[in-house]
Structure formats: C-alpha cells, structure tokens
Design a protein around this ligand. Structure first.
Ligand SMILES: Cc1cc2nc3c(=O)[nH]c(=O)nc-3n(C[C@H](O)[C@H](O)[C@H](O)COP(=O)(O)OP(=O)(O)OC[C@H]3O[C@@H](n4cnc5c(N)ncnc54)[C@H](O)[C@@H]3O)c2cc1C
Ligand code: SF4
Length: 458
C-alpha cells in the first residue's frame, strides 16, 4: 500500500492550497486525490473574472486561477492522482479509491478533506407544478454553456439571486438567451451588490425580490412559470400572481457542503448546514483529519478558500510534528457588500474590500485608497469591463478566453459576435494570444483588443 505524510481529497482551490501549505510546512510526501480528469474543481467552469484579487493581486478568471494553483503544487513536487474517486476514509487514515484500474488504497499520516459542495435541487425546495424537462441547477447550466457548448434554453427564468444565479443570468444573456427574470424569495438580493449592478442592471434583467415560484407549467418541456409576491413570513399575497413564459427554469438556490467521504470516517457534520465541524485549527473530531473550503463551509471567494486551505495544510504537518497550529478566523470569508447597490454609489471592484464610493461636489468619498477614485471616475465617464467567454478549438472542445485588459463596455457584444467564428489551434497555453482585433468605442476611436487563452490545452 502506498504511504504518504499528508493526503488531500479534492483538487479544487482548497485542496491544491492545502497541498501547497503542507509541502511548504515541510511534509515529505503530499498526495492529492481527485475524481475528475483535471485539477481546479468548480473553477474550470467559472469562465468569468473576479478571482484572485487577494491571493495573486490580479483579476483572474476561474480557469486561470485553477492554472495558477496547479503550477504552485507542480513546482513543489506534490503528487496529484486524477480520475480517482475516494469512497472511504477510515479513522486509521487508510483511504480507499475507485480508479480506472480498480480499487486502490493509500495510507496517510494526516488527511485533509477538500471535497467542495453540491447544489440544492428542485426536490429539496418543493416547487409545485408539473415535472417537465427544462429545469436545471445553475451549476449544470454553467457546465452546459461553458464546457459542453450547449444552451440550456432560449427564454429563461432564474430562481435565486446569489452570485451563481446572477453570474449565470449575465452569461446566458451574452450567449443570446432572453433572461426574463431573476426571482428571489428574500427582500434583498442574496449575492454581492457588485454582481447586482454588473450582471443584472447592466443587462436590464428584471429582479423580483420577495417573490417565489408558485407553479411550473408545461407537459414535455417547461412552458411558463408562475411567480407570486410573498409576505415577510413567506405566505403568498393573493392577486399578485404573474405568468412568465419561458422554456427553462434555472435553480440557483444554494450550495450544500459535499461530505459523503467525511461520513465514512465518522467525522461530525453540522446537521443544519451539512458542513464538517472543525475547531479553529480546521481539525475535525477525528485526530489527524482536517477540513477546508466549501466542504467545511460555503465561501464566496476562492481566494479565501485557498488561504484557508494553506492553513489546513500547515496544521496537518504541525499535527504530525507536534508543533503549534495556526488559527483560522471565519471573518475573512465575507468581506464584500451584499444586497442592493445603493443609487449613486459605485462599488469598487478592484479588490475584495468592495468600497462603496459616492461622488461629492469636490471629489469622492468611501474609497479606502486612490485607486478607488480613478475607478469611480472611469465608471462614471466610460466604464470598462474584462470580456470573458469561450471559443471553439480545432479538437472540438471549448477554450475559456478573456480580453487581456478591460475594454469599453459598449464593445462587448460586438467582440463576442466576432468570437463566434473563431476556431483556435491547440495546444495553447494559458495567457497566449488567441486573436487580436480592432473595435470602435462610442467616440468612434479605434481601440485594439487582444483576446488571450484562460487555460492550457495540450
Ligand atoms: C457559479 C460559481 C461562481 C463563482 N464565482 C466566484 C467568483 O467570481 N470569485 C470567487 O472568488 N469565487 C467564486 N466562486 C466560489 C469558488 O469557486 C468556490 O468557493 C471554490 O471553488 C471552492 O473551492 P473548493 O476547493 O472548496 O471546492 P471545489 O472547487 O468544488 O473543489 C472540490 C473538488 O473535490 C473533488 N471531490 C469531491 N469529492 C471527491 C471524492 N470523493 N474523491 C475525489 N475527489 C473529490 C471535486 O471533484 C472537486 O474537484 C464561485 C462558485 C460558483 C459555483
Ligand atoms: S478603493 Fe481601494 S481598497 Fe477600496 S475596493 Fe477599491 S482598490 Fe480596494
């Protein structure tokens, strides 16, 4: 049986950072076991930007963040086993996996669980109505669009205004769908204020807060959904029903820590949230087994997941050597403002502080640094965005791409149209230029736009 010092289950940002933390703390042999065919976890399908501002001081897409994390563990000599699904962890820290060659076992001195999360489904929230095709979870819809090149529908209603739901509303709109509405049971949007303005307001996508879906209509395929306004106590208000015609309903109604593996080791799980219970050192009730990332607690930012992973890795080695461990402070997981953006207030998106900047007669207030003022001036005069999307490759797969720098907002639709006809030769490295083009901004000035690859495809 193979043996190692630290074994990490899951190669998402949490698991990769945990492996890095363990190696840097002096572990001789660190093994990461991942059930997918590549590392990066959920980040591979999150082609939008907004990752990495804390950890890498750059505005990265999900696949780029995954690539950076992968390079770190490769450079440190971490062993990564792909296509291996962990089915059992014993209290003696013997890990059983299913892999293409059969069943394998690895003995570790310390284990870190970084198995991520799964989505809540229709069955879990009991939406009334018929059972037609066309009801997807947001993660499935995201995988269809960003990885499989399949649109889930043309006329779409999204339930849930968390960040995942809002990001999907923008993505589907940019891909040509008509997003009829985002419906939210809470009186305020559940996600970040910056996503409300950048994903919904900028694309005129209606947001119905304090509403729920009271019926799904359709026999074979979804034909419409009925929404209704609700009171604070959750009861529906008679007479406020509206029918929204659509062919798809996308559910973005929450994430649940994925903890089947933790159960096999007898690890204590929070009954309400399903997260692994740890102490402040990320140590579970089973001696030598640690947990980090979304399998412990759902976290907004991948950067914080990685920072937590590094602490778990460090502590797993400290446990082996009998050294003192580092504490993790939960405060770090929620930094940016959530809910409605305030009228006339600009959310600075340059770092996760998300300062709320307001124009005064003689300047600006609310920005914690000078960069915020420059950002606010730009937002008020000529807003720019990083364009993110996918293009086809010659081998038939989709390649995530982004503009090398932010581009005028008004150019985004035109550039996306042109990218539909681009077919990229592979192999290609993350950061390599895919295509260069010239566009006109609203003042008819010519601007050069460089589109780069967000991933490495060999
Ligand atoms: C749609 C969406 C948009 C997001 N947008 C942003 C954003 O803009 N900015 C940002 O910073 N963050 C964003 N996030 C959050 C961020 O992506 C997550 O918080 C982060 O990826 C969680 O990392 P993780 O390592 O805990 O889990 P994951 O990334 O889910 O990785 C878990 C890994 O464990 C593997 N695994 C699970 N069980 C097993 C098993 N039994 N055996 C072997 N392997 C296993 C899985 O295959 C997976 O690879 C977004 C998340 C989503 C879903
Ligand atoms: S103003 Fe400065 S500190 Fe505040 S979000 Fe912008 S860059 Fe960050």
């Amino acid at each position: 049986m193979e043996e190692c010092d630290v074994l990490v289950i899951g190669a998402g940002p949490g698991g990769l950072a945990a492996a890095k933390g363990a190696k840097e703390a002096g572990a001789n042999s660190v093994v990461v076991v991942e059930r997918n065919s590549k590392t990066g976890g959920i980040l591979n399908q999150c082609v939008h930007d907004g990752f990495g501002l804390v950890r890498y001081k750059e505005q990265l897409t999900g696949p780029e963040y995954a690539e950076y994390s992968k390079r770190e563990v490769e450079a440190l000599g971490v062993k990564v086993l792909l296509n291996q699904h962990v089915i059992d962890v014993s209290t003696e820290k013997i890990i059983t996996t299913i892999c293409p060659s059969g069943i394998d076992k690895i003995k570790a001195k310390s284990v870190i669980l970084a198995t991520g999360c799964r989505e809540r489904t229709r069955g879990m929230i009991s939406i009334p109505g018929s059972r037609p095709a066309g009801v997807f979870t947001a993660g499935v819809a995201q995988h269809l669009v960003n990885v499989q090149n399949i649109m889930p529908g043309k006329n779409i209603v999204i339930l849930g205004s968390g960040d995942v739901g809002m990001i999907m509303a923008r993505r589907l709109t940019l891909e040509g769908a008509n997003v009829k509405a985002v419906v939210e049971v809470l009186p305020e949007p559940a996600g970040l204020a910056r996503n409300v303005s950048q994903c919904l307001y900028e694309y005129d996508i209606p947001l119905y807060c304090s509403h729920m879906i009271s019926n799904i209509v359709g026999k074979k395929r979804v034909e419409a959904v009925e929404i209704v306004e609700i009171e604070k106590n959750g009861t529906s208000i008679f007479g406020t029903e509206k029918i929204l015609k659509c062919d798809s309903l996308i559910l973005s109604v929450g994430l649940i820590p994925e903890n089947e593996v933790a159960n096999t080791a007898g690890i204590k799980i929070d009954k309400k949230k399903n997260g692994v219970i740890t102490d402040e050192y990320l140590h579970t009730n089973v001696s030598g087994i640690f947990s980090c990332g979304n399998s412990r607690e759902i976290m907004d930012l991948a950067d914080f997941v990685s920072m937590q992973g590094e602490v778990a890795g460090f502590n797993a080695v400290a446990y082996l050597n009998g050294n003192s461990m580092k504490k993790w402070s939960n405060k770090r997981s929620t930094a940016m403002k959530k809910g409605f953006p305030v009228q006339g207030v600009i959310t600075c998106t340059l770092c996760p502080n998300g300062c709320q900047i307001k124009k005064r007669k003689d300047g600006f207030e609310g920005n914690s640094c000078n960069k915020g003022e420059t950002f606010a001036i730009q937002e008020l005069s000529a807003p720019r965005r990083i364009l993110t999307s996918t293009v086809k490759t010659k081998n038939g797969e989709l390649l995530p791409i982004r503009s090398n720098t932010s581009i005028p907002k008004e150019c985004i639709k035109e550039v996306l149209k042109k990218l539909q006809n681009v077919i990229v030769d592979v192999p290609i490295k993350c950061g390599e230029e895919v295509i260069n083009m010239t566009e006109e901004d609203e003042n008819k000035e010519k601007i050069e736009i460089s589109i780069i690859s967000s991933a490495t495809v060999l």
